[in-house]
Design a binder for this molecule. Structure first.
Ligand code: GKR
Ligand code: MG
Length: 427
């Protein structure tokens, strides 16, 4: 790239990657239960112009190792050179081990390990570009097609508290009444206009009953159910038959492109995925097999904001719907997700977010929040959010103390159910 001479140019001088741990409630899923703390990493990318770009990434040990290795290779990179970022990260990581920080977003791969590393820095570069120009990230991504991004209430079965701890403020939800009460609370508080239930936890009949109870309690809300591939193809058929016409979409009922295609062949219920299509290489076989009708994007593992826009274009070409996936995250990620969704015209489904489950935050309050079921794009330059340095220090201390270094939903479940394996499909 030729040397830019504009006054908005800046190059990277140094990068800080700070691992943090945030309290997380005992949310249940097909693999097990959330640990008491979820790990994230906060990136601060500094430039010779005195700007600091922010980003938020996974915070497990293998991710931190990759972020630190890549950081060492980025000094001198222009904040505009996103292709250079891709090249430098790929070279710095070399023969990186295949890895994925979550078991619920497809198989680990080298491509994914590189993509998630690129993404973490790319978001910070966009934040810097915005701070250098006064533009918002959504404007740098082509302009906002919506100023308010709808999000869906993410309902979870959950225990009252982590074993041995006091009940948390969210309360227990282990049956249809508990799920409806949880939904009521989230809808009343945040105004959500659609509801997603994380399933694959209890026998499907119980989850069908929960969906029916939600339908009765919220007749106008689109509903989704996501058992994270914890059902066989046969079970998926049975559930799809009963929930056809009730759900907006059924997410990852069965595992793999082949399993999903077998389910899709016998139902008119739209199937969605964040498990069998998680890289660009997955798209041709999934399209050929007719496995899914909706893909959930996630900039954290698809390779960043630009890669997510490329995914959006491919989905448009093949007539696939586009939604957005989430893992446990804080406000920096919520800002990035919101800017991306604001600038992506065919992202027409309400996005997922775990943010309602987090009682701790790393950004200063006020810039970003779910209101009336949507997040308004922050008006400030870049991501439009400001790091709260005291919170960052406190959450880093919490990380050092908590001892958790990798997401593991199986071990805490095994502490309660010693025979638990987390093996899928269970039903
Ligand atoms: O946080 O337990 C969870 C979710 O199950 C998450 O890990 C999934 O990746 O929400 C995700 C999904 O839609 O599959
Ligand atoms: Mg999912």
């Amino acid at each position: 790239m030729s040397t830019p001479t504009t006054r908005t140019d800046a190059t990277i001088t140094d990068i800080t990657v700070t691992p943090i741990a945030v309290q997380d409630p005992p949310l249940l899923n097909s693999v097990g239960v959330h640990q008491s703390y979820a790990l994230r990493a906060i990136l601060q990318v500094r430039t010779d112009a005195g700007l600091v770009g922010l980003s938020e990434a996974y915070g497990d040990d293998p991710t931190l190792d990759r972020l630190n290795r890549a950081s060492a290779a980025l000094a001198g990179l222009s904040i505009w050179d996103l292709n250079g970022l891709n090249r430098r990260v790929a070279v710095a990581l070399g023969e990186v081990a295949p890895d994925s920080p979550t078991e619920l977003a497809g198989a680990p791969s080298v491509a994914k390990a590189i993509a998630s590393t690129v993404s973490a820095f790319e978001v910070a570069l966009y934040d810097l570009q915005g701070k250098a120009t006064g533009l918002r990230v959504c404007d740098l991504l082509g302009g906002a097609v919506r100023e308010e991004v709808p999000f869906s209430a993410y309902l979870f079965y959950k225990w009252a508290g982590h074993p041995g701890a006091e009940p948390d403020s969210f309360g227990e939800a282990l049956d249809p009444d508990g799920i409806v009460a949880q939904a009521r609370r989230l809808v009343d508080r945040y105004g959500f206009g659609s509801l997603k239930l994380k399933g694959g936890v209890f026998p499907p009949e119980e989850e069908i009953a929960a969906i029916r109870a939600l339908r009765d309690a919220f007749p106008g809300h689109p509903l989704r159910l996501d058992p994270n591939a914890n059902w066989t193809v046969e079970t998926s058929h049975r559930v799809a038959e009963q929930l056809s016409g009730v759900l907006e979409y059924l997410e990852d009922p069965a595992g793999g492109i082949d399993g999903m295609a077998q389910v899709a062949a016998r139902t008119d219920l739209p199937l969605a995925t964040n498990m069998c299509v998680t890289t660009f290489d997955d798209i041709p076989p999934a399209v050929a097999a007719g496995a899914v009708r909706i893909v959930l994007s996630d900039h954290h593992f698809w390779g960043g904001l630009r890669a997510s826009q490329k995914l959006a274009g491919i989905c448009e070409t093949f007539g696939l719907g586009l939604s957005m996936h989430s893992n446990t995250h804080l406000g920096v990620s919520l800002a990035a997700m919101t800017h991306l969704a604001a600038a992506t015209s065919n992202l027409t489904y309400a996005c997922d977010t775990h943010s309602v489950w987090q009682v701790e935050e790393v950004i200063e309050p006020g810039a970003i929040a779910v209101r009336d079921g949507a997040v308004r794009v922050p008006p400030g330059p870049g991501l439009g959010v400001t790091l709260d340095e005291d919170s960052l220090a406190r959450l880093h201390e919490q990380y050092l103390r908590c001892g958790i270094r990798r997401r593991d939903d199986i071990t805490p479940m095994r502490a309660v159910h010693p025979d638990w394996t987390g093996a899928r499909p269970r039903f």
